[in-house]
Design a protein around this ligand. Structure first.
Ligand code: 0A1
Ligand code: ZN
Length: 885
């Protein structure tokens, strides 16, 4: 485990490497506890002159076996080797030489799942960000690109399958004299120079499905997806999604695949979602395996998105990589944008956009408004693993989307074309990226670039006035950005706001703006205050602004409830229509929260309850959209709106009160629509059928909210024929009718039905970890002893412990501190094995300062207890100290 050294890495310290490694030859002798790694590196000086300084290579927990230069073993005086560094002081007086390094690693004992490790007996690797240095000493930085040839040797029975990056060159038995050694080998060559973080190998015994793809220019690509034996059929959806992604990238971005082979391997122990290693993507099996009995519609959508995301990295990440890890958003923000667009094209654009924004607000906004806030392109880090954040990924994607909004689709595409043309083969920066868009459009993006450099969520206030005599509309806009850690003074941002003025007939009116700041349907807010006049507007319109969520901001608009209801019924922009309804919910919920805190019973406007019913019945809207419109803001969303001295119990009570009021006002209609949404044919995971299921399941939640109304959900559970409906019914039972005999029976049934399916048992953990109320603290403690739980497996840990802390406000924040205590103990236990996963789940503490004083105190005590542990990993120490700062 890498223990914290207090070292801080800074963007301004970037220097190109003095040494390059144009060629890397690796030989692996795979063995569970004694894998030998021979590296033969061609080292060249950048200057073309003999070296004038020592060669310093990165390592992490390495054991050096031998070292030679140009075939000559080095004497001990000429180098120093520690587990985390190899320094060679005496180098040949030449600009190029060959360095041979032999290291020994123990994949079986690697529980951090970084470097070379074993998952279910298979050998696999994870090298991003700094895992390669756990395999051999190297210049383990993204701007050192090398051509790799990899020879793998393994026991033929233990690992009949041997994969690495690029194309297969050779394979066969390993001869040992006249005898069959029982071992075999494979040699892979990747012609594209790549950084070490994109290296991968897999050795093991796996089943597979194969297919092929013909690229636009007529090249044949062999496709393979490797999964646990017996699960091959569950990879079919992933394969179809891969082929759709490959076609889409050709059609929408003009990008073709470039090797003869594209392989995907699914493993069950993985720290993240998946990894884009060149030609050999390695996936968390959660994002590969699906069939109707075991995967929900959300799982299918996740598979489609992650398959596409990793595939798209082949151009945005691999062909063009990052100069240094500060530029992580260059590949991640852009690739998320690309996968979002892909999913929007495969499914419903409006539904996809709403889901993205809900996710952004639930994850990125609290990050940006709390102690862990950082710019999309950070300037410093202690532990790079802690910067795979929703700010870098999701806000990074929003920034790319804004570039397209500002430039328009055509110039955006021209900019992307220039980016690919100019930077293919480069390790690039955000400045390089912005420059191509400035060049193709002739626009100055220097103010816009602050989106990459300044942390925090901007807020924008808007007020609209209509002057009937002058037939004029005036908009007043004002922007503000609160200080964030280490950035006390903020500069003004360039905020693109898509808008429309909606006439009384519900249609947008054609507008003429007087003065600057408006281009077509986009307002460019660049100053602190900006006033915009629209002339020739005879009747008072209703303002719809930040349509499509064109900018990731918090919007405060002076607008009456009547105007919002009007937008919620008529806005032609479906995102803004959903937003109007959501704002009405949020206002009703914060009001109810205050009423409950004041000791009274909340009431809700009948007009709002009627609007919800009308929306549910509106057949002009697709079911998936109606499902989202009926989904109230989450407890976390409400907490963010309230901001300070939060009482999670009162939030839950307010939310439940609104659920009950909506259900009571619309019970008959909801029951009818519930029936109408019943499946009519065989299962299909497509967006239309998934949408009907989601509307039906949202309605089931409302219909089961009143105490004792358990029958419908229980029968839904029993008659379910797919995982979406089964898990949804179970969640409704567990969350709405906790402790009822039907709920207890359904939970037991689910467990016994799916005991051999860890990914399904994860759902069972999640559902129980999110049951509201302090009793869940004990449930989680008990489930951590369940035979299906494993503290070593990231998916299990995230489903039970991670979900408890991140998605159960009333239990995690139990007033007596028991939730924090349980969680802190679990985090420390995970950390001993896997610091990355421990650090990631520990971010659940990030909003502790917004709680009421009693809970704040308890949360601080738990954080301090973690920080006082000796030899804390750099990963966890970084998160805990920034959270406490
Ligand atoms: N680049 C991958 C995400 C990833 C990052 C780090 C990992 O290990 C620490 C693993 C995967 C992606 O964006 O999909
Ligand atoms: Zn990515």
């Amino acid at each position: 485990m890498r223990v914290d050294t207090g070292q801080v890495f800074k963007l301004e310290d970037y220097k190109p490497s003095e040494f390059l490694i144009p060629e890397t030859k690796l030989t692996f002798n795979l063995h569970p506890t004694k894998t030998l790694v021979q590296a033969e590196l061609t080292i060249r000086t950048r200057s073309g002159q003999p070296p004038n300084a020592a060669l310093v290579l990165d390592g992490d927990e390495l054991v050096l076996r031998s070292l030679a230069i140009n075939g000559k073993v080095l004497d001990a005086a000429s180098y120093t080797a520690t587990p985390d560094r190899l320094t060679i002081n005496e180098l040949p007086q030449a600009d190029t030489f060959t360095l041979s390094i032999e290291t020994e690693v123990a994949p079986e004992h690697n529980k951090a799942l970084s470097g070379l490790y074993r998952s279910s007996g298979n050998y696999t690797t994870q090298c991003e960000a700094e895992g390669f240095r756990r395999i051999t000493y190297f210049l383990d930085r993204p701007d050192v690109l090398s051509v790799y040839t990899v020879r793998l040797e393994a026991d033929s029975k233990e690992a009949p399958l041997l994969l690495s990056n690029g194309n297969l060159v050779e394979r066969g038995p390993v001869e040992s004299g006249a005898l069959d050694s029982g071992r075999h080998f494979a040699v892979w060559h990747d012609p594209f120079p790549k950084p070490s973080y994109l290296f991968a190998l897999v050795g093991g015994d796996l089943g597979s499905i194969k297919d092929s793809f013909t690229t636009a220019s007529g090249r044949e690509v062999e496709l393979g997806i490797y999964v646990e034996h017996g699960k091959e059929e569950r990879a079919a959806y992933a394969m179809a999604a891969l082929k759709r992604s490959m076609r889409w990238d050709e059609e929408v971005f003009g990008r073709e695949y470039d090797l003869d082979v594209f392989n995907i391997v699914a493993v069950s122990d993985f720290n993240m979602g998946a990894m884009e290693n060149k030609g050999l993507n390695i996936f968390n099996d959660k994002y590969v395996l699906a069939d109707e009995a075991t995967a929900s519609d959300a799982d299918y959508a996740g598979i489609e998105a992650v398959i596409a995301h990793e595939y798209f990295h082949n151009w945005t990440g691999n062909r063009i990589t990052c100069r240094d890890w500060f530029q992580l958003c260059l590949k991640e923000g852009l690739t998320v944008f690309r996968d979002h667009e892909f999913s929007a094209d495969q499914r419903s654009r409006a539904v996809k956009r709403i889901a993205e924004v809900r996710g952004l607000r639930a994850q990125q906004f609290p990050e940006d408004q709390g102690p862990l806030a950082h710019p999309v392109r950070p300037r410093r880090y202690r532990e790079i693993n802690n910067f795979y954040t929703s700010t870098v990924y999701e806000k990074g994607s929003e920034v790319v989307r804004m570039i397209r909004t500002i430039l328009g689709a055509e110039d955006f595409r021209r900019g992307m074309d220039l980016y690919f043309e100019r930077h293919d083969g480069d390790a690039a920066t955000i400045e390089d990226f912005l420059r191509v868009f400035e060049e193709v459009s002739g626009r100055d993006l220097s103010q816009f670039a602050l989106w990459y450099h300044q942390a925090g969520t901007p807020s924008v206030q808007v007020a609209m006035r209509h002057d009937a005599d002058k037939r004029e509309v005036t908009l007043h806009l004002e922007q503000a950005l609160a200080p964030t850690p280490s950035e006390s003074r903020k500069r003004l941002m360039h905020i693109p706001l898509q808008f429309g003025l909606v006439g009384q007939d519900g249609r947008d009116i054609a507008v003429k703006a007087a003065g600057e700041g408006v281009e077509g349907d986009v307002i460019h807010l660049r100053k602190r205050h900006q006033t915009i006049r629209f002339t020739d507007v005879p009747e008072r319109p209703v303002l719809s602004i930040n349509r499509g969520f064109s900018a990731p901001i918090m919007l405060a608009m002076e607008q009456t409830a009547e105007d919002r209801m009007f937008l919620a019924r008529h806005d032609s922009d479906l995102f803004a229509r959903w937003q109007a309804l959501t704002t009405l919910y949020t206002q009703a919920l914060t009001q109810a929260y205050r009423t409950i805190r004041g000791g009274s019973t909340p009431e809700f406007a009948p007009a709002l309850l009627a609007l919800v019913g009308d929306t549910a019945r509106n057949e002009a809207l697709e079911p998936a959209y109606r499902a989202l419109a009926l989904s109230l803001p989450g407890e976390g969303d409400i907490a963010r709106e309230i901001g300070q001295t939060i009482d999670p119990d009162a939030i839950l009570a307010a939310r439940n009160a609104l659920v009950l009021a909506i259900a009571a006002a619309n019970a008959d209609d909801f029951a009818k629509i519930y029936e109408a949404m019943a499946a009519s044919g065989p299962f299909s995971p497509d967006a239309a059928d998934a949408g009907r299921r989601s509307l039906r399941n949202v309605l089931l939640d409302y219909l089961s909210a009143p105490a004792g109304d358990v029958k419908r959900a229980a029968s839904r559970y029993e008659s379910a024929t797919n995982m979406t409906d089964r898990a949804a019914a179970l969640a409704v039972l567990a969350h709405r009718q906790s402790g009822s005999p039907e709920t207890v029976a359904a939970l037991a049934d689910f467990e016994s039905r799916f005991r051999p399916e860890p990914l399904v048992i994860d759902k069972w953990f999640q559902i129980q970890a999110t049951v509201p109320g302090t009793a869940t603290v004990n449930t989680v403690r008990e489930l951590m002893r369940h035979s299906g739980f494993s503290i070593d497996n990231p998916n299990r840990v995230r489903s039970l412990v991670g979900t408890f802390a991140a998605a159960n406000q009333t239990a995690f924040h139990a007033a007596d501190g028991s939730g924090y205590k349980l969680f802190a103990d679990a985090v420390l236990e995970v950390e001993r094995r896997n610091p990355q996963v421990a650090a990631r789940i520990a971010t659940a503490f990030r909003s502790w300062r917004s709680l009421e004083p009693g809970r704040q105190d308890k949360a601080r005590q738990a954080l301090v207890a973690i920080s006082q542990h000796r030899d804390l990993s750099s990963d966890l120490r970084d998160i805990v100290e920034r959270t406490l700062a």
